[in-house]
Ligand binder design. Structure first.
Ligand SMILES: C[S@@+](CC[C@H](N)C(=O)[O-])C[C@H]1O[C@@H](n2cnc3c(N)ncnc32)[C@H](O)[C@@H]1O
Length: 368
């Protein structure tokens, strides 16, 4: 933990100021990097540990037990697949589009659910003034190893629903996380409450639309079997699923999609956008994607209209909602009207979206 993080952290219980106790241990060659110690709240006197250089600010008494369990499961996934990859940059900006590198420059950023830290790295490289990368589980240990020593990157173990920060951030984002929470909307409202007056927020979540086959076919298997397997067993099982999937994507879906650019009469394949998208990664990444899907204890599938109401409840007007790979939603909004109009101007209109979508009867489908 960098000493400079101290000014931003606050008590999970009472939002009081956290003070670093004098008996802490810093790195021998850098006394601004605290690797062990205690933070004590000046108001309520509660104490929080700093272990393996990460402040541990999850209080099991207030966080959802389901979310803590989810954090444990994902930590296994990150420990199994800790690798960083240059291709994450493009993937990140595809997910958070219309957010782009320029937007991040100089901003104080909060990342909710950082996993192994791959996005905190990108945000920092784009010139953010600092990024706080938060995760509920021991994923933070993997994140710290990957990015914890980068300038301006702060890794914190915390629960999105009980964030140990004040309203300081210019931008808060969450990629692939809220749908794994017990209450995705509460997570969204909590992260939105940490941005300052003219700040912005962005989230990417699984869509309810177009995912019927995952909800009805894959998820029952995930819930009954795969989410209960030991990581080593799941690694083998997910390998066996990922191998034919990878072959299908690389050698059939991708060429088919390319052929459709020339021969317009060819029909699109089922789930083509997503399958062609993951075909660009290598096998290890596809293996990880499958592992993640099969391991998650909870997955919520969010309808577009319901997603929009999260933004309204958080006090944002007219968010930009974008259908990503025809199976998920990215939402962006800002309290700053200039940012909103510049973001809108960056997006190409996708007229196909509304006509293709059928209105689902439920706003969200929870599995797990
Ligand atoms: C699918 S991973 C995505 C991680 C990262 N955003 C990425 O794309 O690389 C979901 C992450 O969210 C974390 N998470 C789930 N619920 C959380 C919560 N309530 N608070 C903080 N992190 C949470 C998990 O521990 C896990 O690392």
């Amino acid at each position: 933990m960098k000493l400079s993080a101290l000014g931003y952290l606050s008590c999970v219980h009472c939002s009081g100021v956290l003070e670093l106790q004098p008996d802490h241990v810093a790195l021998p060659d850098d006394n601004s990097e605290v690797i062990a110690g205690t933070l004590r709240c000046r108001s309520c006197q509660r104490q929080f540990a700093i272990e393996r250089a990460v402040p541990r600010l999850v209080d099991e008494a207030v966080s959802s037990t389901t979310d803590i369990r989810t954090g444990l499961t994902f930590a296994q996934a990150w420990k199994t697949f800790p690798r960083m990859d240059e291709r994450y940059r493009r993937q990140f900006f595809d997910w958070v589009n219309p957010v782009d590198p320029d937007f991040l420059k100089g901003k104080l950023v909060l990342e909710c659910g950082c996993g192994k830290g791959r996005h905190a790295k990108i945000v920092s490289e784009c010139g953010a003034s600092a990024v706080f990368a938060v995760d509920i589980g021991e994923a933070v240990d993997v994140a710290y190893d990957n990015v914890g020593r980068l300038p301006g990157v702060h890794v914190v173990q915390a629960d999105i629903e009980n964030l140990p920060f004040n309203r300081d951030f210019d931008f808060a984002f969450s990629v692939g996380v809220l749908h794994h929470m017990e209450s995705p909307i509460k997570g969204f409202l909590s992260m939105s409450s940490k941005i300052r007056g003219d700040g912005s927020v962005c989230a990417w979540v699984y869509g309810l639309e177009n995912n019927w086959w995952i909800i009805r076919i894959i998820n029952p298997v995930r819930l009954a079997i795969t989410s209960k397997l030991k990581p080593a067993t799941l690694k083998v099982v997910s390998f066996l699923v990922a191998a034919p999937l990878f072959a299908l994507c690389r050698w059939f879906v991708l060429p088919w999609k390319a052929a459709r650019q020339k021969f317009h009469q060819l029909p699109p394949l089922f789930y083509e956008d997503y399958l062609a998208y993951i075909a660009r990664f290598d096998f290890t990444e596809v293996h990880h994607i499958v592992f993640d899907h099969l391991a998650a204890p909870v997955a919520n599938y969010v309808a577009r209209q319901y997603f929009e109401t999260w933004f309204e409840e958080a006090g944002f007007r007219q968010p930009i909602i974008r259908w990503h790979n025809r199976n998920s939603w990215t939402g962006f909004s800002s309290h700053n009207p200039e940012i909103m109009s510049s973001m809108r101007s960056k997006l190409e209109p996708d007229h196909s979206v509304r006509s293709e979508l059928q209105r689902p009867s439920n706003p969200v489908q929870r599995t797990g």
